[in-house]
Design a protein around this ligand. Structure first.
Ligand code: FPP
Length: 256
């Protein structure tokens, strides 16, 4: 084992040196475009190319879960032309790439409040998810019209409905129960969070789910994020000791 690789403990993945689930904020498309004198939409289009490239690398590296923040609940505040361009890009990417994703064994999930999207897009998303549901090469989750606070609120609403309906007693409301109502309930917790573009914040992404996730902030803009940047993040992750509230000594003893 290389000197910079340490083994750690995680409830989902005991003694592993590779993350099982990586969550990414793909920031910097607009600044990348500006650097080259291009419109912001061109940056987002290059962002899609980076998504395709990185998905292939995840399959090769054997990292089974990748979750990407493509459109936040707050992105509606952007100029209408940019919102329109982003939504169109999501729809055309789905249209163009679905066949290839399916052939390559990608299982697609889409999380977020889809009710605000046009009905045909909602239908296409549901069909794509259904088509790819049994694929195993990579679990690719795209967060659209997603916000961490929205996710926690919709989980609370679901819990409240169960309590009001008499199916659940309030003393059974535990963190595990709330987690089972989040829209990431079918995914393991993210082990590694990457944000490109140099900003160091979570921006209402997976607020609940990132509680014990290792955070990595990368200067590169998303369209230029490649295998080299990913490997640097993976190396950094491998050097961290994940303690989950325990002491370093306890973790080392458990690993011995
Ligand atoms: C942040 O960059 C990026 C977004 C708000 C959208 C990300 C979307 C894509 C990469 C394309 C769609 C993805 C899929 C999976 C089809 P920014 O615009 O905030 O950049 P800036 O901070 O430089 O302005």
């Amino acid at each position: 084992m290389p000197a910079n690789t340490v083994k750690f403990l995680s409830p989902e993945q005991p003694l592993a040196d590779k993350p099982r689930h990586v969550a990414v904020i793909m920031d910097g498309n607009g600044r990348w475009a500006k650097r080259y004198g291009l419109p912001r939409a061109a940056g987002h289009r290059r962002g899609v190319e980076a998504v395709k490239k990185i998905s292939r690398i995840f399959v090769r590296r054997g990292i089974p879960y990748l979750t990407l923040f493509a459109f936040s609940s707050e992105n509606w505040k952007r100029p209408p032309t940019e919102v329109e361009a982003l939504l169109k890009l999501l729809a055309t990417t789905l249209e163009r790439e679905l066949g290839r994703m399916h052939e390559n064994g990608i299982c697609l999930r889409v999380i977020g409040d889809l009710s605000r999207f046009p009905a045909p897009l909602q239908r296409r998303i549901a069909e794509a998810v259904a088509l790819t549901r049994d694929n195993r090469a990579l679990n690719l989750t795209i967060a659209v019209n997603y916000g961490g606070r929205w996710d926690i609120a919709q989980a609370c609403r679901s819990v409240a409905e169960s309590v009001m309906g008499g199916q659940l007693s309030p003393d059974k409301v535990t963190p595990a129960l709330v987690e089972s109502r989040l829209c990431t309930r079918d995914l393991p917790e993210p082990d590694l969070f990457i944000r490109t573009g140099g900003e160091q914040r979570i921006s209402n992404f997976l607020l609940w789910q990132l509680a014990y996730t290792e955070l990595c902030f990368v200067e590169a803009y998303w369209p230029e994020f490649d295998a080299k940047h990913l490997d640097q993040a993976l190396m950094m992750y491998a050097r961290r000791q994940r303690r989950f509230g325990k002491t370093g000594e306890q973790v080392r003893e458990l690993q011995a």
